[in-house]
Write a protein of this length. Structure first.
Length: 197
């Protein structure tokens, strides 16, 4: 093949690339997508900041007084919430490990200690026991509490759902973890009588 043939091939390839780029730029100019005036679906926990347009840090959630909310929680509603957990975990006594470890007697159990389950290094780095408070935070956003955990679940955003889930899990255990005592009542703010004229 002589150089004239190679020039024709290179010209054809170059011409095709220029043609494709011209079509791409023209179509982008003609069919520019319009941004919606309002979002169609709001993802909880993600807040757009005005300055950067990116997600803001999640707002710190108040921890409930478990001594007050757990006795009043709805275990039946918690059973419905547990269906989300049971897609990856077994909650029965002596149940098998599934995608995630089995959750029997979870409250009070040391983290990353279920026999036969291979935990992530992030979860294995701390064997502190699961408390109501720690599990409450973890179930809202697993990746925020244990960065690098294998649990890809987005989380339970509703505090009520998490408390109801705890109530249901307690009904499934032989000896459930004790409910912490209610927090002492805060003293009422002292009011000063109005000054006499």
């Amino acid at each position: 093949m002589d150089s004239w043939e190679w020039n024709k091939i290179a010209g054809a390839v170059l011409g095709t690339l220029i043609f494709i780029l011209a079509i791409k730029f023209t179509s982008e100019a003609l069919f520019e997508p319009e941004k919606p005036l309002k979002e169609a679906y709001h993802v909880e926990g993600v807040v757009e900041t005005a300055s950067t347009g990116g997600p803001a840090a999640p707002v710190e959630e108040a921890i409930p007084d478990f001594g007050t909310v757990l006795p009043a929680a709805d275990a039946t509603a918690g059973k419905a919430v547990s269906a989300k957990c049971e897609q990856c975990h077994d909650i029965s006594k002596g149940g098998p490990n599934k995608i995630g470890p089995e959750l029997w007697n979870l409250i009070g159990r040391a983290r990353a200690t279920e026999a036969g389950y291979s935990y992530s290094s992030a979860m294995n780095s701390d064997h502190a026991p699961w408390t109501y408070e720690l599990l409450f935070k973890y179930l809202k956003s697993p990746q925020a509490v244990v960065p690098g955990t294998k649990m890809s679940f987005a989380g339970l955003r509703s505090a009520t759902d998490r408390v109801n889930l705890f109530a249901f899990l307690r009904t499934q255990e032989d000896t459930p973890a004790p409910i912490p005592p209610p927090a002492p009542a805060k003293p009422a703010a002292a009011t000063t009588p109005p000054a006499k004229p």
